[in-house]
Each structure stands twice: as C-alpha cells, then as structure tokens.
Design a protein around this ligand. Structure first.
Ligand code: FMN
Length: 174
C-alpha cells in the first residue's frame, strides 16, 4: 500500500491535455476519487467539504469563461469542484477549511494518478472575483465556498517526474 502511495506522489503531475474523444472517466472512478477525498484528515474531523461533479460539456465550457486558467477543461471529461460548507465548521475547527479542502483535493489527485487519470488543480478560493463567479454560475448559497476546481480526464500528454527536493527550504534542528 505505502509503495503505491509513494509512486502516486512521485508520478503526479498537472495534466492539461486530455483525450477528448476516446475513453471517458466513469462514475465508478469518480466515486473512488471522492472516497479518497473524504478519507482526508480535517480539523476536529469536521469534514467540511462538499463536492460538485460537473460532467456537462456546456457547464465545463462556462467555467473556462469565468476562470482564465482552466482552459484544459475544454478537453477534460469532467471536473470536481471542491467546496467548503461553513455550516459544518464550529468551535476549534472554524477557519481551517482551506487546509481541510486542500488535503481532500490532494487525495483526489493522488487517487486519480493511481487510476491512470490526469488531473489539474485550479485554484478558486481565496480569489474573491473567482469565488463570486463560481457562486453565481453554480447558484451556491453563502455558506458554500468554492475552494478549487479539479480538471479530470484521460491523459493526452506524458510528463516525467521532475523532483523538487530543495535542501535550502529545510531548517534542521538537531
Ligand atoms: C492552489 C493551486 C492553484 C492552482 N491553480 C492552477 C490554475 O488555475 N491553472 C492551472 O493550469 N494550474 C494550476 N495549478 C497547478 C500548478 O500550476 C502546478 O501544480 C505547479 O505548476 C506544479 O506542477 P505539477 O502539478 O505538474 O507538479 C494550481 C495549483 C495549486 C496548488
């Protein structure tokens, strides 16, 4: 198990070109991704996430109009919008939703890599203009914060592992 996870961590890369005409991402695969997301740690186990699965081509195209850095969605098979539900946070867990949703997002990316799917994490929160635009496009109530949109598809590009180990970012205290 751990060997598989390490391989997914090393193999994961942002994929921005997908096969738009061949195999598609199945609902079963999407459920696997969401199960991985929901296994993420969260403050006080608040699990403040909600997910919107977008498979409608027309809606994917609309996202590219409100978020300029999501053009990969034109060939993606689907997208998952990871949202935070502020009503699910209270007390000590309040305010931790970016970490909680970030952990859930990374789990989706790693599970997708394991399934041979390509993904690209596109940020929404905390950019106010993007948050407002997604709220409006998906008619979200005030308690739902769109955190990021993940493009998902069958990879049509290959990317090698780069490796980013930077010793100068580490302070050792022995
Ligand atoms: C918070 C966040 C926001 C991002 N937003 C975008 C985006 O809007 N569009 C995009 O193409 N990639 C986006 N990315 C992907 C990064 O560009 C990518 O992770 C980074 O260049 C490293 O490349 P890699 O994912 O292939 O390792 C985002 C990544 C993160 C973590």
């Amino acid at each position: 198990m751990s060997i598989v996870i390490i391989k997914a961590i090393k193999d994961r890369k942002s994929i921005r070109h997908y096969d738009a005409h061949g195999a598609t991402v199945s609902d079963e695969q999407i459920k696997e991704l969401l199960e991985a997301a929901m296994l993420a740690p969260s403050a006080c186990n608040s699990r403040p996430w909600k997910f919107i699965v977008v498979q409608k081509k027309d809606k994917l195209d609309k996202i590219t109009k409100i978020h300029p850095h999501t053009q990969m969605l034109t060939t993606a098979n689907c997208a998952i919008i990871v949202c935070a539900d502020l009503n699910l946070q209270s007390g000590i867990s309040e305010g931790f939703f970016p970490q909680d949703c970030g952990a859930a997002t990374q789990n989706i990316l790693l599970q997708a890599t394991e399934l041979g799917l390509g993904t690209c994490w596109c940020g929404i929160y905390p950019k106010e203009d993007k948050t407002t635009a997604f709220r409006s496009l998906f008619e979200l109530p005030d308690n739902i914060v769109p955190f990021c949109v993940i493009a998902i598809g069958i990879p049509a590009e290959e990317k090698g592992s780069r490796g980013f180990y930077e010793e100068n970012k580490i302070k050792w205290i022995k």
